[in-house]
Ligand binder design. Structure first.
Ligand code: ATR
Length: 294
């Protein structure tokens, strides 16, 4: 691309940012859509977040993504916060407005779009949600907003699951999140569930770890969605597949959170074929094989 005096800048702030795939997503979209836009990573040191946001605004930056460890901390640096992001309490996308940045959460709409693109429905379903950390909390909000009938939230620390469930139930006006201790999984009803794996267990380099080993648990899963995408086939996914279920990794969620951010910055809607072209490039970069997909 040719960078000239009209080129707009977007970027990612976080720490670390060195392994990010976001530049690939956004620069490919900009190129394919013919937008004069460049996306770069910005490594922001601890204690410099407010300076970074102010500086980016002063530099006429069009939009930013926010990653670990700043997704919650950034809330106080924004002039406006989208309702969903505010409820979730985490922002991963900033959109330039007249007097500052407005914060959005595109991680959850991204997960929703990723699941829809695989033909996974959550409305009216009963869901097993593994974890009660930051990621699981956001998924619990998504489930409550999307009218999941019941979410069994299983976590090693029951108190944490209880606290998150109470908060999500209260803030969404639904009482669909049921907290459970992880070790109580044998008490789950005897149906087939969609299970969303939102713990950090099994993440590279601990690829042999899994949250539950027992194959009886996996017999209750018709579809397993792991938010982890490195490795591309987690042990959780393997165990789901071994019991005849379908299993997916989280790379499409990463794709769509980026696509939705891009749409917000540029006021466009990205055609599905174009999103899938970017996805192919992402898979190639990850060294993924077709076999990882099913
Ligand atoms: P994130 O922001 O990625 O969700 P987090 O907030 O640190 O990260 O949450 C990590 C999640 O993984 C939690 O649900 C945690 O369980 P606890 O709340 O009981 O700590 C879960 N987790 C991490 N390591 C685990 C392990 N070895 N066994 C079971 N659960 C684990």
């Amino acid at each position: 691309m040719i960078i000239d005096g009209h080129t707009r800048t977007c970027g990612l702030i976080g720490n670390p940012v060195e392994h990010t795939m976001s530049p690939m997503i956004h620069n490919t979209l900009a190129e394919n859509l013919g937008h004069d836009l460049v996306y770069v990573p910005f490594h922001v040191e601890e204690g410099r977040l407010t300076d970074a946001v102010k500086g980016a605004f002063a530099l006429n930056v069009l939009g930013l993504n926010v990653t670990v460890p700043y997704k919650s901390q950034i809330l106080s640096d924004l002039t406006e916060i989208d309702e969903l992001a505010e409820k979730i309490g985490a922002v991963n996308t900033l959109v330039r407005r007249e007097d500052g940045f407005k914060g959005y959460n595109t991680d959850m709409p991204g997960l929703y779009r990723a699941m829809c693109s695989e033909g996974i429905r959550i409305e009216g379903e009963e869901v097993i949600l593994l974890g009660a950390g930051g990621a699981a909390r956001a998924v619990a909000f998504l489930c409550a907003f999307r009218n999941v009938s019941k979410v069994y939230m299983l976590n090693r620390s029951l108190e944490k699951a209880e606290a998150v469930a109470a908060e999500v139930n209260e803030k969404t006006g639904r009482s669909c999140i049921c907290p459970m201790a992880l070790s109580d999984y044998p008490k789950l009803p005897d149906h087939k569930f969609l299970a969303i794996q939102a713990t950090s267990v099994g993440l590279y380099p601990d690829v042999d770890k899994v949250i539950i080993e027992d194959e009886a648990f996996y017999r209750k899963i018709h579809t397993g969605y792991d938010l982890i995408y490195k490795p591309s086939q987690t042990r959780f996914m393997k165990l789901v597949r071994a019991q005849g279920g379908k299993a997916y990794h989280g790379l499409k969620m990463l794709l769509y959170q980026g696509v939705i951010a891009y749409e917000l910055w540029n006021n466009v809607s990205v055609p599905e074929e174009m999103a899938l072209q970017v996805y192919e490039a992402m898979k190639e970069k990850m060294g993924m094989k077709e076999a990882d997909e099913r």
